[in-house]
Design a protein around this ligand. Structure first.
Ligand code: SAH
Length: 288
């Protein structure tokens, strides 16, 4: 489960090597309110264009690491399209200013292979390899908004299950003091490290392992987000939610919906079913 750091609690700020992989051992989406967006649909759309869909290895044509401020030197060219993406997210109903600001800051094109980078800011999920996807921008924003509801400042400690390419983890790192993200497919865990390295995010720590067990050595968490859908939320994650903490997860077999779980007391959790969505499956164990 862990990256070899053992059960001792690590506190932030963390050194770069913890997120960049130098110190470690190994290595969505809303059925929009009205349009169902799935990896399958995306793949079909690609197929319709006749262009082959290639799955990414760690991209080699990325800009060099910015020197100090992790986002200060992002290419200006992406700022306008990112603003337009955020405007669409607003139109779809997301209001939380901290979430919108985070979506505007994180360069989504860093998380896609060069061939798909021009599509980074469209409102769709896109392939990242290993039959997984980067989640649709709207659903990333929506889930974080639901998790943050009622909190004015930053959340303290957040867990993401399903790092994928690392995009949502980077957004989460803008709205929380500490972010832990776990991925079960080792090459994707490595890809996320490579994608995140130039951004130098000090409050984000990546783990390779089965996120269905959570990260008990790092919790309890004020917020938990699952980026993959199970039939229900794994029990271990209930226990790792802090009292007052909020968990957002896609659940269901055919028809999926977002589920919100709030831990109201030590032995009390309250659940609410939200809008339809479509995510890749939550799977047990590790791969790779
Ligand atoms: N958070 C990503 C979305 C990744 S897709 C983004 O920013 O867009 C969902 C990811 O969940 C996949 O990479 C998949 O491998 C991972 N996943 C599925 N089951 C898992 C589990 N039990 N533990 C950890 N990751 C899991």
């Amino acid at each position: 489960m862990s990256d070899g750091k053992g059960p001792t609690k690590k506190r932030f700020p963390l050194t770069l090597d913890l997120v960049s992989g130098l110190g470690g051992r190994g290595r969505s989406e809303l059925a929009a309110l009205n349009s169902r967006q799935t990896a399958t649909l995306n793949a079909a759309r690609h197929a319709a264009t006749g262009k082959p869909v290639t799955y990414a290895k760690a991209p080699e044509m990325r800009p060099p690491a910015p020197p100090v401020d992790k986002l200060a030197n992002m290419p200006l060219v992406s700022e306008a399209v990112r603003k337009a993406m955020v405007q669409r997210i607003v139109q779809q109903g997301v209001k939380d200013p901290m979430v919108l600001a985070a979506m505007e800051r994180v360069p989504r094109h860093y998380f896609l292979e060069p061939g798909l980078a021009p599509q980074a800011y469209i409102d769709a999920s896109l392939p990242i390899g290993y039959h997984q996807t980067i989640s649709q921008p709207y659903i990333v924003a929506r889930m974080i908004e639901v998790m943050r509801e009622g909190v004015s400042g930053k959340l303290k400690r957040v867990l993401e299950v399903g790092t994928g390419c690392g995009y949502q983890a980077a957004v989460l790192a803008e709205v929380a003091d500490e972010v832990y993200s776990v991925e079960r497919i080792r090459p994707l865990h490595e890809l996320a490290r490579a994608n995140l390295r130039p951004l130098r995010i000090p409050n984000l720590r990546l783990h390779y392992g089965d996120g269905m067990a959570g990260l008990p050595q790092c919790g309890p968490f004020d917020g938990i987000i699952l980026a993959a859908a199970g039939l229900d939320v794994p029990q271990a994650l209930f226990d790792q939610l802090a009292i007052g903490g909020r968990l957002v997860a896609p659940v269901g077999a055919g028809q999926q919906r977002l589920k919100l779980i709030v831990r109201t007391q030590r032995n009390e959790w309250v659940a609410d079913m939200l809008e339809p969505c479509h995510f890749v499956p939550l799977k047990p164990g590790t791969f790779g």
